[in-house]
Design a protein. Structure first.
Length: 276
């Protein structure tokens, strides 16, 4: 049996063991309700307002809802966590959550710069960052959006971002960027120019994935170990499983659709895993 099949079996084995061994108690704790959007204040002063309210001081780990706006003041940093995906706000940045549900997130950015790391494991199938003159749409990638009085810059480090303006749309690939100038929305792609801020966010992305992996290991290590034993997987192969799973290279949903996973087996898989 090839390594790819072992990887798929390892994931499905862990899921099946979760359903059979854990029972209702583990299942309910694994999928207990969590906020669709959570504000994490990294430093400085951060404010928020509801759709009909005034600006107020934000508190760390507060829940956000559709229609809420967040802005970082000078020398301030904040993150908005959407399930296991994250939008990082640099200082002097303002965003509004214009659409928010389990599978779709839209953010309007009217000032400053943001970094988005969208993981497919989060279950978000549609993610957009909109500025007054551009839209960046993705599924599973890392990218930056910078908006100023001159226009919008979209910088992509991996994956593909669809950039659109009044002049049409174009795909921006990894290690590429596009600048959409106000009043001249020509879509011209250039090579990505790396800087310290992009490098910092790439490193933060890796830390975010490590923390996510550790959280899974802490909660479900016994189940993962059972899957490793049953399918003869090494630690290295389990690491490979995790990397491919969070990046969307392995999709339970697609394996069910193409028949790789038999329907009789698919019926045992919790609905949450079938979303990606």
């Amino acid at each position: 049996m090839g390594k790819a099949k072992y990887i798929i079996l390892g994931i499905l084995g862990a899921i099946l063991l979760l359903a059979i061994v854990g029972g209702a108690y583990v299942y309910m704790n694994f999928f207990k309700a969590s906020p669709l959007a959570l504000l994490v204040i990294e430093s400085g002063n951060v404010q928020y307002k509801t759709e009909t309210g005034d600006w107020k001081a934000a508190s760390n780990n507060m829940k956000l809802s559709q229609g809420d706006s967040v802005k970082t003041l000078e020398n301030s940093l904040a993150n908005i966590i959407f399930s296991d995906s994250v939008l990082r706000m640099d200082s002097s940045t303002e965003v509004t959550i214009s659409n928010l549900n389990k599978e779709s997130v839209s953010v309007m950015q009217t000032l400053g710069r943001t970094w988005s790391r969208v993981l497919k494991i989060s279950g978000i199938s549609s993610y957009e960052v909109t500025t007054p003159n551009a839209i960046a749409s993705v599924r599973g990638t890392g990218f930056a959006v910078i908006f100023s009085e001159n226009g919008t810059e979209i910088k992509v480090v991996d994956g593909i971002v669809n950039a659109s303006s009044s002049n049409g749309s174009i795909n921006v690939n990894a290690n590429q960027e596009i600048i959409i100038i106000k009043g001249n929305e020509t879509l011209t792609i250039e090579d990505l120019t790396m800087d310290d801020w992009i490098t910092l966010n790439k490193n933060l992305d890796e830390e975010h994935k490590k923390e996510l992996k550790q959280e899974i290991l802490n909660k479900y290590g016994s189940i993962i170990n059972m899957a490793k034993s049953q399918f003869g997987l090494t630690d290295a192969e389990m690491d490979d499983i995790f990397e491919q799973w969070v990046s969307g290279k392995i999709s339970v949903k697609e394996k069910i659709a193409d028949g790789t996973i038999p329907s009789s087996f698919a019926n045992l898989i919790p609905e949450q895993f079938k979303r990606y």
